[in-house]
Design a protein around this ligand. Sequence first.
Ligand code: NFS
Length: 661
Amino acid sequence: MDKHIMKSANEAAEKIIEWGEEHKLETCFERAEKLKPCPIGETGACCKVCHMGPCRLVGKNAEEEAMGVCGAPLSTVAARNLVRMIAAGTAAHSDHARDMAFTLLAAATGEVKDFQITDVRKLYRVAEILGIEFEGRPVNDVAKDVALKFIEDFGRQKGELYYLKRAPKKTQERWVKWGVAPRGIDREVCEAMHRTSVGVDHDPDHLLLHGLRTALADGWGGCMIATDITDILFGTPRPVKAEASFGIFKEDEVNLVVHGHEPSLAEMIVDVASEPEIIAYAKSKGAKGINLGGMCCTANEVLMRHGIPTAGGFTNQELGIMTGLVDVMTVDVQCIMPAIAEISKKFHTKIITTSEKAKIPGAMHIEYDEHRAREIAREIVKHACDNYQNRKTEGSHITDKFPVVAGFSHEYIEYMQGGRWRASFRPLNDAIMAGRIRGVVGLAGCDNPRVPSTGIHRYLATELIKNDVLIVSTGCGSAACGTAGYLTPEMALEHAGPGLREVCEAIGIPPILHLGACVDNSRILTILSAMAEEGGLSDEIGGMPGVGIAPEWMSEKAVAIGCYFAASGVPVIFGGESPVGASHEVTRIMTEVWWERFKGSMHFEPDPEKMLAMALDYIDKAREALKLKKYEPGKFGAERVLMDMAARRELERAAKPHIGL
Ligand code: NFS
């Protein structure tokens, strides 16, 4: 492998990295090379929860002998570190969800004028789950009640989160039995910080159980609330066609990138960018029009609702600026490298921070206020238009781009299997039972400069579909697939195993379904619950032939997600070194003990081939336990059936952008 391939597996990204090296521009890839991880902190053996330390619990018999000044053994320290990661991840998703809940409330009460309820059908579905009367009532009254109920989930002190009841009964019973049913989101995060502070909870199993309770507050609370409110306000996604990679930027148009996580301002920017006066403004500056692009999870939000192209995931943010074509990059919260402010100085790009919670020295700050959402969006777009004139010729102008089909919500997946009136998960369950589909893998999480970035996603994506495993992808995992050209129905023809190919052709779907942003991992939870309810597979989430994989994770949010899947009954495999690797005891609890209690587990495995083998093994063992037909490679659809014109037209029709159901 040559030196460059080691940095990114994405060819377009690689070209920009090379160009950057020639021009002495440093990115996360060079920094990752220079800055090796601290081996003590990396494996969870560093304790810095008080100032008697930091204590390094190392040595040949560290597990048995090492302890901090207070006497905390390695297992306590490693468990505490992990629980703190879960708490931070949960806080991030849930704070995003809280903002969405208050936006919904403000839209419902008329306090903000720029947002309305777009998807009434979804609102009613949510109201029904929450036990809110909706028939015959004004839509905004229902929306207000929904928002208020969601807000209760954050500050509740006793009881349970509303959405826990969306899980299969048996799954809920396990949570009650092991005391991990979350009460209120903020309470669990607060208690996690308390328990992990010096001198409180020292039993690793007990600590980790609270970690799971906090993680469940993330999955069935923060993430699910964020997903549902975003659907209510901006529309439940249905498949749309778009494009991915750096070639989405246009030489003769204003390029504005929306980067970060919270969708409200980005939605408004999408809206404003098509206003005739704004387009005229862009033209007055010499541009042919306004071209929006997305980055990270904001990209997924506007991609699946409006077909806005994506420039990719986490490791692409500096590289996007290095194309020299980005006039403005707006950022809000989460996964934003402060390095973008530095690299933007070498180009004409303006970085605009927009959240009251997040500023970057060197960036311009235009604070988002939902009461003036449209006005602020116009101001930002105008900055981009003004800056178009400052564009120079420097930059690694890249033309690579790929078509993508994105936006498979729970609702659409249900709909595509039977239409509006017979929507169900029956065909999917049947295909799994028959062995056409061997199992399902959620391929999610970040891309990471510590490995050839996006490379493990690509490897697993192609190998899994070759093995007839249907993939659902979210977050930067879907960006990794999209920028590789994998999110298309053609991918099924070219790479999927015969059984999976047959199913994809019959329904007209890609073998890798883009489900949205990272908060939309909650869609996987509700899909698994619906599959359990449909019957024929497991009657709980645990025991399904499904696995979650985050091969290149780096964020604390990913850890929270992994743990809520494990606690919900899904075996989870993370790449890279284990953040609890120093403690055999903690590793044992997270694999064997969690498996016994929840039928879920959390493994860390840096070797991609072993990750694949482990995932297939979990799937096959689940099939065996469910007494399903033994999966036989190549048994189905030996003949390659190319799509006929009628099927293609049907697919085109299904892929038209539209909002709501
Ligand atoms: Ni998820 Fe989205 Fe990407 Fe990782 Fe960051 S953008 S919330 S944490 S890097 S997948």
